[in-house]
Design a protein around this ligand. Structure first.
Ligand SMILES: [Zn+2]
Ligand SMILES: [Zn+2]
Length: 814
C-alpha cells in the first residue's frame, strides 16, 4: 500500500481541513488550564523570511506540545503594521502606505499559513487599522490623564536621511541611524514623552520573571541606577539670581579633592557664567559640540577637550574657589548637567587635569601610600586624607559621614539617579497612530475626548520628506474645533512611535473584536499574563522594556490585574548563511517558500529545529534540509509499509517497549527545555530502531502498532502535517492534534544500569551506578566531579583518564 510521500499534497489537504474545522480556535470556556504562548508578531515588511520561520516554527512546536499535554493554548498571530519602511516605500514608489502594508499582509498571511501553525486566525490583529489604533490612542489618553504623558522641548536624535526623530535605542553603533546607517545629528523640538523614568525602580526588579539573565542585565544597565549624593556648590556671581549649582556624585567621600568644576556645554548657565574674555572661545566650543553625537562624546580613550569660563564656584566643605570649565563628556541630560571634578579619583577627570594642567589633590589614600602624587586615578576605596575633620576615616565611613553633614547643613543630600530617560513617542511621520491632542489658542493643550476616537489618519496626505510630519500640510486634518471651547484649534500632527502599538497588542488578542473597550476584561483576566514569550534578543531595551512599563502603568490605573506582561521569556538565535547574517543587502537570503514547495513545511520546520539549540541558531545548509526530508520520507515508508511479524521473541518485545518509553521520556524532557535538536535526534534513533525491528519481525503486530502510534504522537508537534496524515492512514480518527501527549512508564523507560568503578592511579576510590548507555565523555566528567575523587586529586595534576566502557574510570595523577 506504500505510495509516494507528497508533502505538498498532504500539507495542503490538512491545512484546509484544520482551517475548515477551526480546530485551533480557543475559548475561555475550558476545563483545561490556560497557556498563553506568544511569538513576537512580524513587521509587515512584505515577505516572511527564514528568520521569521525560525522564530515561529519551534514556538509552534512547543505550543502544540503544551496543547497535547492538556493545556488550553492561546497561540495567536498578527501584524505590526505601522512604521517607517511603509512610508519610505510609499515615497520611493508612489504607493500609499496603507495599500503597501495591506498587500504585504495578504502575502504574509498566506506564507504564515504554510507553516502549519496552530494560530487562531479568528484573533488576528493589524495595528494600522482604526479598530486597533483607536485603542492605542485611548491608552495615550489614559497615560495623559494619569500624568504619565507630557510635552516638552527636547534636543532629539535626528536622522537627516529618514527625516525623523530616533529614540536613543534606535541610535546604534557609532551614533548612526538604526535603519539607514546615516550619522545621527541633534535637533530641538517640542515632543511628547511618556514618563517611563517614574518606573525606573520597579523596572529594575526581574525577580518574579523567568527571563534570560543577559536580557535582565541589559535592562538594568539601560536604567543605569547610581546611588550617591547631591551636593550644592556656591555661586557668587554679580547679576545672577541663582546662588548655587547642584551636582550628583557617586563619591561624596572625595568632595575634598574637587579641583575644578565641569558643566555640559549646553548647560543654561554657561552664557551667564562666561566672562567676556572667554566668550569667543566658549561659543566656538559649544557650537562644535552640537555637531557631535552622544556616542562620540562618551567614547573612552578620547582626547579630552574643554574651555575655562573664567568663573568659579565655591566648594562649601573647604571653602575653596574652584574654576568652572565646560567639556563635552558631561551630558546635559545626565544628572544635573554639572560635575564636581575629582581628578585624583576619577579617570576622565584625571585625563582632563593632565591635559589642562589642573591640580590633582589626593583625598583617598591607597594602602601603603607614600604621600606622592598619583600616577593615575585611584578609584578604589581607601583611607581619607586631606579631608578636614574626615581625615583618617575609611572612605566608606567617610561617605556616610559626609552625607550626614550635607543633610545637616542643607548643602546636599543622599540621592539616587538613573541614566534612563523618558520615552520620546513623537514621530514626525505619517504612518503611525495620530497623537490624540489638539491645541487651542484659548485653552492650550486639550486632549481629544475618548468619544471622538479614533483620530483617523487622513488618506490623502502628501508624502514629502520635509522633516516635518506630512500631516502638517494636510489642512483638513490640522484644522479642527477645540473640544473644550468649540473655537478653532489645531491638531497635533506627530504620530506615535510604533512601540506604543506593540506595548499592548498581546492584550488585544484575548478579545480582538471588542468594540467598546481595548479588551474584554474577563477574557483578559483569563489569559494574561503571557506564560511564554519568544522572539529576538534585539528587543531587550526597546519592545520588552516598553511593554513592561506600559503594563505597570496600566496596573496602577486599575486597567489590568498584573504588572509583568511576560512571565517567561526565551530568545531564539539567528540563522546564518555562509557564515553571515541573512540580509537583503547581502543577497544571502533563504526564501522559505521555495523549500516549502519542494520539500514541504514539515521538512523546513524540522530542519530549522535540527540545526542546533534554539537559542544559539546556526548555519543554513542545503544538504541539511535534504537530510531531514529524507528522514521524513523514511518515516512515511516505515509507517505505510505493512508489518509482518515472524518469530515473535519476548525479549525483543520487551526491548521495543523499553526503546519507545525511553524515547517518550527523552522527547518530553527535550521539549520542556526547547531542545528541539536533540528531540529530533531521538526520533531519528527511534526510526532506525523501528526500521530494524520491521526487518526482523520479532515483535507482535499489536506491539508494533503500539510503537508506531506513540511514535506518531511524538512526531506531531514538530511535523504536524505528516503526523496527521499517517495517523489517518493507520486507521485512527481525526485528529492526532486532539490526542493527549503519550505518557511513559517509568519502569519501562528505565535504563539498564551498571556499576562504574573509579580508580585513582589504579586503586579503587569510589563506585557509582550509571545508565549502561553512558558515553565516555559523560563517564569521565562524572568521575572527576565526585566529591570523594575531588578530595583525592585536590591540588594534583591529572595526567590521564582511562575509560573501560561500563566498567572503570582510572584517573592518573602526578
Ligand atoms: Zn535613517
Ligand atoms: Zn479651546
Amino acid at each position: 500500500m506504500a505510495h509516494k510521500y507528497s508533502p505538498r499534497q498532504v500539507e495542503k489537504k490538512w491545512q484546509r481541513r484544520w482551517a475548515d474545522d477551526r480546530i485551533y480556535e480557543v475559548t475561555e470556556n475550558s476545563e483545561r488550564q490556560k497557556f498563553y504562548a506568544l511569538t513576537m508578531f512580524p513587521y509587515t515588511s512584505g515577505d516572511l523570511h527564514i528568520g521569521h520561520w525560525y522564530a515561529m516554527a519551534p514556538s509552534d512546536t512547543y505550543a502544540r506540545f503544551k496543547r497535547m499535554q492538556g493545556y488550553n493554548v492561546l497561540h495567536p498571530m498578527g501584524f505590526d503594521a505601522f512604521g517607517l519602511p511603509a512610508e519610505n516605500a510609499a515615497i520611493s514608489h508612489g504607493i500609499h502606505p496603507h495599500g503597501w502594508t495591506m498587500r504585504n499582509i495578504e502575502n504574509m498571511r498566506k506564507q504564515l499559513r504554510s507553516i502549519g501553525a496552530i494560530y487562531d486566525w479568528s484573533r488576528e490583529i493589524v495595528t494600522c487599522l482604526p479598530d486597533y489604533y483607536k485603542w492605542t490612542q485611548w491608552f495615550f489618553l489614559k497615560l495623559y490623564h494619569a500624568g504619565l504623558a507630557y510635552r516638552g522641548e527636547a534636543t532629539v536624535n535626528w536622522c537627516p536621511r529618514c527625516q525623523t526623530v530616533l529614540a536613543n535605542e534606535q541610535v546604534v553603533g557609532e551614533g548612526s541611524c538604526e535603519r539607514c546607517g546615516t550619522l545621527v545629528t541633534k535637533k530641538a523640538l517640542k515632543q511628547w514623552f511618556l514618563q517611563i523614568t517614574r518606573y525606573a525602580e520597579e523596572l529594575l526588579d526581574h525577580s518574579r520573571l523567568d527571563w534570560p539573565q543577559h536580557i535582565n542585565m541589559m535592562q538594568r544597565n539601560w536604567i543605569g541606577k547610581s546611588e550617591g549624593a547631591e551636593i550644592s556648590f556656591g555661586l557668587e556671581h554679580k547679576g545672577l539670581e541663582q546662588k548655587e549649582i547642584r551636582v550628583f556624585t557617586t563619591r561624596p567621600d572625595t568632595v575634598f579633592g574637587v579641583t575644578f568644576f565641569l558643566l555640559a556645554p549646553e548647560h543654561p548657565l554657561v552664557p551667564q557664567l562666561t566672562t567676556s574674555e572667554h566668550k569667543t572661545e566658549v561659543n566656538e566650543y559649544v557650537a562644535r559640540c552640537q555637531q557631535q553625537t552622544e556616542y562620540e562624546r562618551l567614547a573612552l580613550g578620547r582626547e579630552k577637550t574643554g574651555v575655562f569660563l573664567g568663573n568659579y564656584v565655591t566648594n562649601r566643605l573647604n571653602g575653596e574657589q574652584v574654576p568652572i570649565w565646560i567639556t563635552d563628556y558631561v551630558l546635559p541630560t545626565y544628572g544635573t548637567g554639572a560635575v564636581m571634578a575629582v581628578p585624583a579619583h576619577d579617570e576622565r577627570d584625571f585625563e582632563f587635569a593632565r591635559k589642562f594642567n589642573l591640580p590633582v589633590q589626593t583625598v583617598i589614600a591607597p594602602t601603603g601610600w607614600s604621600g606622592d602624587g598619583l600616577k593615575e586615578a585611584y578609584t578604589e576605596p581607601g583611607t581619607m586624607v586631606n579631608s578636614g575633620q574626615f581625615t583618617g576615616l575609611p572612605s566608606n565611613q567617610g561617605y556616610e559621614a559626609i552625607c550626614t553633614l550635607l543633610e545637616e547643613t542643607g548643602w546636599g543630600k543622599r540621592s539616587v539617579i538613573y541614566r534612563l530617560r523618558d520615552w520620546l513617542i513623537s514621530r514626525q511621520r505619517y504612518w503611525g497612530a495620530p497623537i490624540p491632542v489638539t491645541y487651542c489658542d484659548r485653552c492650550g493643550t486639550v486632549p481629544v475626548p475618548e468619544k471622538d476616537l479614533p483620530v483617523l489618519l487622513p488618506p490623502d496626505a502628501e508624502f514629502k520628506p520635509t522633516g516635518e510630519s506630512p500631516l502638517k500640510h494636510c489642512s483638513a486634518f490640522v484644522n479642527t474645533t477645540c473640544p473644550q471651547c468649540s473655537g478653532p484649534a489645531r491638531r497635533e500632527t506627530d504620530t506615535m512611535d510604533t512601540f506604543m502599538c506593540s506595548s499592548w497588542y498581546f492584550l488585544r488578542y484575548t478579545s480582538p473584536r471588542t468594540e467598546h473597550a481595548p479588551f474584554d476584561y474577563a477574557k483578559l483576566k483569563y489569559w494574561l499574563p503571557v506564560d511564554l514569550y519568544t522572539g529576538g534578543a534585539e528587543h531587550a531595551v526597546m519592545h520588552l522594556f516598553y511593554a513592561r512599563f506600559f503594563i505597570k502603568a496600566l496596573k496602577d490605573m486599575g486597567l489590568v490585574h498584573f504588572d509583568e506582561p511576560f512571565t517567561r521569556l526565551f530568545n531564539q538565535g539567528t540563522i546564518v548563511y555562509h557564515g553571515d547574517k541573512m540580509s537583503k543587502s547581502r543577497g544571502n537570503v533563504i526564501a522559505p517558500d521555495e523549500y516549502v514547495a519542494e520539500l514541504g513545511a514539515d521538512a523546513v520546520r524540522g530542519y530549522l529545529m535540527f540545526i542546533g539549540p534554539w537559542e544559539l541558531g546556526g548555519e543554513w545548509n542545503d544538504n541539511g534540509i535534504v537530510g531531514i526530508s529524507r528522514w521524513l520520507n523514511r518515516v512515511w515508508s516505515l509507517v505505510t509499509t505493512d508489518y509482518a511479524s515472524r518469530a515473535v521473541a519476548a525479549r525483543d518485545e520487551k526491548e521495543c517497549f523499553h526503546v519507545v518509553h525511553k524515547t517518550i521520556k527523552k522527547v518530553t524532557a527535550d521539549l520542556e527545555r526547547f531542545r528541539f535538536n536533540t528531540m529530533l535526534a531521538s526520533l531519528m534513533e527511534l526510526t532506525n530502531y523501528l526500521s530494524k525491528a520491521r526487518e526482523t519481525g520479532t515483535v507482535s503486530g499489536s506491539v508494533w502498532r503500539d510503537a508506531i502510534d506513540r511514535f506518531l504522537l511524538l512526531l506531531a508537534p514538530a511535523a504536524p502535517h505528516l503526523a496527521e496524515e499517517l495517523w489517518a492512514q493507520t486507521g485512527h480518527p481525526y485528529s492526532i492534534h486532539n490526542q493527549p501527549w503519550p505518557h511513559y512508564d517509568q519502569e519501562l523507560a528505565k535504563e539498564e544500569e551498571v556499576t562504574l568503578v573509579i580508580q585513582i592511579n589504579g586503586r579503587l576510590r569510589d563506585k557509582v551506578l550509571v545508565p549502561a548507555s553512558i558515553s565516555e565523555a559523560e563517564a569521565k566528567e562524572l568521575a572527576l566531579g565526585r566529591e570523594r575523587v575531588k578530595a583525592y586529586i585536590d591540588g594534583k595534576k591529572v595526567n590521564n583518564v582511562i575509560y573501560v566502557p561500563n566498567r572503570v574510570v582510572n584517573i592518573v595523577v602526578a
